[in-house]
Design a protein around this ligand. Structure first.
Ligand SMILES: Cc1cc2nc3c(=O)[nH]c(=O)nc-3n(C[C@H](O)[C@H](O)[C@H](O)COP(=O)(O)O)c2cc1C
Length: 357
């Protein structure tokens, strides 16, 4: 039987998973027999994507994938299932069932396991293309209903970059998303110490960029600036790195809650593999987000036609099958610069042991 101390270690590897704006929206609970992962409503509700959004399910899938990766490394047999609270809600809960104990002692998080080395790199990349070995590996990778599409020819990379620019145009005119970003930015050392959110030093900002970002993080100011078309300039800046990417990976799966979980697992596996091969990764969620918002009728009225246009272009550029959607773009390439790593919240905020052992 697996014990509480080992389960906590495994959960903390799950906690290394990526999440939107480093919101770390999950809570891990060990009851002595099963490990569950739930949306931490009291801590994150209203500050990031809701429990039922595809972005949250992507993060949940990534945490599940990390738990499988660490379990495989240490020869622990485990399986997972995801339940949804009721038929009208997609409030997901993952349950991990461990069927064996590790053969080897689990290392703490300070070791260089690929899970811990996975990270976001938002800086410029070299133009060098991805090696054939990596391409072959990625082309075969799937998780459940999710698949990867490797985009590595110049014309298709440009089309994908243009989609990011169009979606970013909408994003900078959408109050809710803009306010979440504002709440997650960490400008000072004390803010960074909170260990969640986005340390502005992890962003590729020009000199004075962080002051400008602070200024526009208020929606009222952004709204005024948008009257002179500032959103167009910001969208161009946002899309420039992906237009120049040596390669892009599109994570594609059905537009369903299970599809998002599978996509999160696949995204995390591919990302961990690439970082382990010294290839940098920068996720772009903005296109997938606009597609999800369109399905949920959450795109502002005056921007619906632009979102429909993005949907149609995605269909043809990514050759999506019936019912499929884009869940994430990953910009990939050899890095020029080693980025600062995002922190994770302390253990006691994300892990609870109710086993009484
Ligand atoms: C659902 C989701 C959406 C994300 N969207 C973006 C994005 O659009 N742009 C970006 O730079 N990073 C994005 N990220 C990356 C997170 O900001 C990053 O994973 C988090 O800050 C933790 O940092 P780490 O990946 O270095 O561990 C996203 C991650 C997830 C899981």
């Amino acid at each position: 039987m697996i014990n509480s101390a080992i389960t906590k270690q495994i959960a903390l590897y799950g906690h290394q998973a990526p999440s939107a704006d480093n919101s770390q929206p999950w809570h891990f609970i060990w009851d002595g027999s099963l490990l569950s992962i739930k949306y931490d409503t009291p801590r994150v509700e209203g500050k990031t994507f809701p429990a039922n959004s595809p972005a949250t399910l992507l993060s949940l899938g990534a945490a599940i994938e990390n738990i499988h990766l660490i379990s495989n490394s240490y020869e622990i047999k485990c399986c997972h299932s995801v339940t949804f609270e009721d038929l009208s809600s997609t409030h997901a809960k993952a349950i991990i069932d461990f069927q064996s104990t590790p053969q080897l002692a689990l290392p703490d998080l300070s070791n260089n396991h690929p899970i811990v080395n996975r990270h976001t790199n938002r800086f410029a990349y070299q133009s060098k293309i991805l090696p054939k070995l990596a391409v072959n590996h990625l082309e075969k990778l799937t998780r459940g209903s999710a698949r990867l599409l490797l985009i590595d020819d110049k014309a298709s990379i440009h089309k994908a970059g243009k989609l990011v620019e169009l979606a970013s145009n909408i994003r900078f005119q959408t109050k809710e998303v803009h306010e979440w970003l504002g709440k997650s930015l960490r400008f000072t050392k004390d803010d960074v110490k909170k260990a969640d959110g986005l340390d502005v030093r992890t962003l590729d900002l020009p000199p004075g960029g962080s002051i400008f970002l602070k200024f526009i993080s208020s929606w009222n100011r952004m709204k005024v600036l948008n009257q002179i078309g500032t959103y167009r300039l910001l969208a161009k800046i946002d899309a420039a790195p992906i237009k120049a990417a040596p390669a892009i990976l599109a994570v594609i799966a059905p537009a369903t809650p299970q599809g998002a979980i599978d996509a999160g697992m696949l995204m995390c596996n591919a990302w961990t593999y690439l970082n382990n091969e010294d290839i940098a990764v920068h996720p772009y969620y903005v296109v997938a987000d606009q597609l999800a918002r369109l399905r949920e009728n959450a795109v502002p009225e005056q921007l619906i036609n632009s979102a429909r246009d993005i949907e149609q272009q995605c269909q043809t550029t990514l050759d999506l099958k019936e019912g499929e959607t884009l869940h994430m773009f990953l910009r990939a390439g050899y890095p020029k610069k080693v980025p600062l790593r995002s922190l994770r919240l302390p253990d006691d905020l994300v892990f609870t042991d109710t086993s009484g052992s």
